[in-house]
Design a protein around this ligand. Structure first.
Ligand SMILES: C[S@@+](CC[C@H](N)C(=O)[O-])C[C@H]1O[C@@H](n2cnc3c(N)ncnc32)[C@H](O)[C@@H]1O
Length: 250
């Protein structure tokens, strides 16, 4: 039965194209037709979700023609599309993800904006997004390479050991004075870390769907690694109820 379904899908893709690789042109940018993001099926909502995040960063660190930007767990390049739409200045944008289909989509449709947009598939283990990979991977970039590192909804799907691994990496990769932007499920008066806590926000949709952190424990992970907390906005992303941490490498 599974084989027949596979075959039918192959024939359908051959005739009509693989929907995953399709795009919709909207306001001068390429948006994915098939979207991994929840609740962003409307093009305007999709684009505005990126615009709002980018605009919230501006008071803390301005984009410039010298800026090297790392979008870790970039998915289908939602924030890259925001940068392109707003015509923000930057030197390089690097999107990294463990989900190969997403990176392939970005290479096809976002790299088309120009060579300053680079994408890299790094097959790191994640129980939700890449179970085939064996372990986490050191990121293949030199020390002090980035002025801004952005993670939307990535630590929200990672356990403590993984968060600590990547914060060590970001401390190595970030230039002094660089800005780290992270969203996550963060609350007070809860255990240090809990995967899919019962009755939290909505029903559970599988492994690492919502990894929730206790606020002081979460922020300590940053300060322990040489970051100073510049701003904390509890449930600052209204759509996902994730909180926003902005921290500077001191
Ligand atoms: C909820 S999606 C968010 C995508 C994107 N940041 C956005 O805002 O649209 C989480 C992303 O993190 C990626 N991810 C999870 N663990 C990762 C890891 N260890 N290395 C790289 N990417 C990872 C997933 O593959 C997925 O694309």
């Amino acid at each position: 039965m599974a084989n027949i379904q596979k075959l039918l899908r192959k024939v359908k893709y051959k005739l009509f194209g693989n929907p995953y690789y399709k795009r919709q042109q909207y306001q001068g940018v390429n948006l994915p037709s098939f979207r991994e993001n929840q609740g962003l099926s409307e093009n305007e909502d999709y684009l505005q979700s990126a615009v709002e995040q980018l605009e919230s960063i501006q008071p803390h660190k301005a984009f410039s023609h010298e800026l090297c930007f790392l979008d870790f767990g970039c998915g289908q390049g939602r924030i890259a599309n925001g940068i392109q739409y707003l015509k923000l200045p930057f030197h390089t944008y690097t999107g990294v993800d463990t989900h190969e289909l997403s990176i392939n989509w970005c290479k096809k449709w976002i790299s088309a904006y120009g060579s300053a947009y680079q994408f890299l598939h790094v097959p790191a283990y994640n129980k939700r997004y890449n179970k085939q990979a064996e372990k986490l991977q050191v990121l293949p970039f030199e020390d002090n390479s980035f002025d801004m590192i952005f993670l939307n909804s990535v630590f929200s799907h990672m356990i403590t050991a993984d968060v600590q691994f990547y914060l060590d990496e970001f401390s190595r990769l970030m230039k002094t004075g660089g800005l780290l932007y992270v969203t996550g499920f963060v609350e007070e008066g809860v255990p240090e870390m809990e995967e899919n806590p019962e009755n939290y926000i909505s029903e559970n949709h599988g492994a690492l769907f919502r990894v929730r952190y206790e606020k002081s424990f979460f922020l300590k992970q940053f300060t322990d690694r040489g970051f100073t907390i510049k701003d904390y906005n509890h449930q600052g992303i209204a759509r996902t109820k994730q909180s926003v941490v902005m921290a500077i490498k001191s």
